[in-house]
Design a protein around this ligand. Sequence first.
Ligand code: ATP
Ligand code: MG
Length: 416
Amino acid sequence: MKQKFCSLRGMSDILPSDIAAWQRLEATAREVFGVFGFNEIRTPIAEETALFERGVGEDTEVIGKEMYSFLDKGERNISLRPEGTASAARCYIEHAVHQREPVSKWFYIGPMFRYERMKTGRYRQFHQLGAEAFGIAEPQQDAELIQLALAFLQKLGIAQVRLELNSLGNADCRRRFSEKTHAYFSNHRHVLSADLQKTLDKNPLRLLDSKEEVMAPLIASAPLLLEHLDEASREHFEELQRLLRLSDIDFVLNPRLVRGLDYYSRTAFEIIADSPLLGTAGTVCGGGRYDGLMEQLGGPSTPAVGFAMGLERLCLLMGADAKPGFEGPLLFLADAGAGDEVWKLLLRLRKAGLVVEADLRGGSVKSQLKRANKLNAQYCLVLGEAELQTGKAQLKDMRNSTEREVVLAELEGMLR
Ligand code: ATP
Ligand code: MG
């Protein structure tokens, strides 16, 4: 028996019938991100594993459990990227971009890989649209990014969303808060699984981000970071909120929002769409500030803030209205004995930028016309010897079956 191949679990094909939503997402992204002054970057989908360990944090869910890591043929430990920020920061440092420009605003679109348990809105290969702004520490930059994310969603027609906001303070206050959190959860050590106990000892703040059921009530009464913010972070956070109000952006403060990755400082935010279409995977955008990341990766001290959106989740939300589908060709050429002349005309019209199809299998005129119908062609021309001799043919409008005579030499102008 022949072996039957399937795509890997959690990794999907996107067929032409589904491509419209993706193309609309990408075109809208390029338009809206361009308006906000963001330029596209493309980085490789694989990097040294150490980059993600250092950048994202070794004991985060993503690095600890979800990475596709392997030794390549040169025994290098490499990983498929689970997210885009570490790569963007690596790229920024490697090309010494800070020496050329004080502020860089970048975006990327591409596949990410995480070995996760599959469900609606959660896959092993998924696509993110991300933005990174390097060089500005002021809350104005945080506000601009949030405006951008919301403007993009709005342009897609996804307006039913909630913006949640928190501040994680500076490294120092996170350290103090981490100790407090450790003490709190230590009192409940007996109800924690072995795994959670390990997290408690390695990185207690991660527990606040845990999605495990036993954790929900514990997290609900855990100490709040907002109450321990350092003065500068508090001012930063208040100014951000003022700017958002000034921009007519609604938000809710969520003191439990810690985000899954280690590199955040100060601002953390999520945009959530509470739609049944997404099941439990309602977060469409996650982002925040990571002023310490560049230095952690051996680069120049550079303030930075960014976000990433999950495109599969946006596709689910866009649903049917994003599927205008393939329109069908403007013209179908049927060959009734014109032979090479059909072939030449096809090429001539396509060079003029017109969407023209023919049935390359040949066959009877009847079967060719069947194909024209199936393709949903708007007009059809049947070309035989008579048409070649007179240089004229009947152009049939397939939608209402009317016909009119056209001069073959003038087809381009006429069809336009
Ligand atoms: P979650 O809490 O849903 O696991 P996360 O905190 O791991 O999200 P981020 O790393 O912040 O997610 O990624 C940003 C966005 O990318 C998410 O808000 C989501 O929209 C999308 N995303 C993350 N993981 C997946 C996945 N496995 N499949 C599809 N989309 C994903
Ligand atoms: Mg996750």
